[in-house]
Design a protein around this ligand. Sequence first.
Ligand SMILES: *Cc1c(COP(=O)(O)O)cnc(C)c1O
Length: 523
Amino acid sequence: MMLNRQGRPTAAGEAGTNAHPTFTGNKALAQIEPLIFEIGHHETTGVDLDEPEAFTPRLGGLERKEAIGLPGLSEPEAMRHYVRLSQMNYGIDTGLFPLGSCTMKHNARLNERMARLPGFSDVHPLQPVSTVRGALEVMDELSRYLVTLTNTTTVALSPKAGAHGELCGMMAIKAAIEAKGEGKTRNVVLVPDSAHGTNPATAALIGFTVRPVPARDDGWVHVDDVKKLLGPDVAAIMLTNPNTCGLFENQVVEIAKAIHDAGAYFYCDGANFNAIVGKARPGDLGIDAMHINLHKTFSTPHGGGGPGSGPVVLSARLAPFAPVPFITAENGVLTLVEQAKDATEQPFGRMTAFHGQMGMYVRALTYMLSHGSDGMKQASEDAVLNANYIRASLADLFSQPFGDKPCMHEVLFDDAWLKDTGVTTLDFAKAMIDEGYHPMTMYFPLVVHGAMLIEPTESESKASLDLFIAALRDLAMSAKKGETERFSGAPYHAPRRRLDETRAARTPVLKWTKPAPFAEAAE
Ligand SMILES: *Cc1c(COP(=O)(O)O)cnc(C)c1O
């Protein structure tokens, strides 16, 4: 019998190789779960209502003639179905989630508890303002913190994600340009090659032409390159800082000056603000607009904890164009402004039907208040320290595209070190799944070949980082020794083996048709 390091018996060798196949297909706690359409039938549950007497449909013949076809399960069956599915998922609550650029930080339970207080969670967007003063106070307080931390003039809270915030900030820039009568001439936005895909998409969506700022070998954007691209046709630059290569843009102040001298605006993608909160204020660096991903920087993992929220801070030059609604105090009482009142306010419109993501505001403010200014600063420092700890611990095995220099909150490796091993970045990521880790961000940023972007966040303890590093080192040495089979078929232990991602992308099957036989569905 094989024993593990704690002396407990384990399956011998490769887990599962000596295991008897089970009748159900389940492997103890790892339970097979078919699609709900395969196990549920609409006849099995629901409420039987008596046929109404003398009922004449008033839908003019458009009423449904056949069964609706929704699957039905009893309550325990429905609960098991979703709980089992949730157990197949990987989440920040089950393990380290090193997804670079996504900031999968721990969502403190305190923040969740506050967001679920009935006064916040049950608040309705159509309630009279006089009944939601507490909610307005949360929004106002959060706004003050965001403006203070960034040293800007105002903030538009309502955007519902980072990309939505980009749209908001760029619309404010467009409105400012139009107000100056330059709407026809300034139609170009500079976007560095290393930018998140949402940046050029945002600029293009509202009618700007994207002019790329070419990448350099050192990973930084250079003011000389920006100056060469500037002209009377340039409306703005969209620059990420810290950038997607995990580096602080060391010429950001000079770039801001050059942009302003050319009469353009500086949009900063602030999704990586979590690396500098309490250390640097973007307003001091010359930004005019920046979205903040509350879900990344101030509690809540990206995409993993419910809705996002992307407030946009604005400089004095853009503040008059901030969208409605916003909050003001009238005779000491907070109220929502839904329409511009005087000529100093020229809101470009509104981003959302109502007021944004209340739950995210509460989580973010709870995070801020429970950390305090010193705690927020330490979170940034710890995030950067953790990323550099991983960088330094892997630097002898993994190659870094921009030389062995310190990173910010995320460390970027490329695939040069995998050359001639027969293992690709994708294979390596899949093998990480077998080791119980969510893969790091792969193939982004695009400027780096075979990119592996790792962001541990401040949430991870040293013990957790050490195990992660040891696992990556073990995999790396395996790859270098030519043990390709550990990678080529990975993941071996996940509920689903490697999927044909090309086929899934090219010919996606978006509609469920008929139940596949059980064994086939499990392949
Ligand atoms: C996450 C991210 C975004 C987009 O944020 P969403 O909330 O996912 O829309 C934009 N830019 C960068 C650099 C990011 O990391």
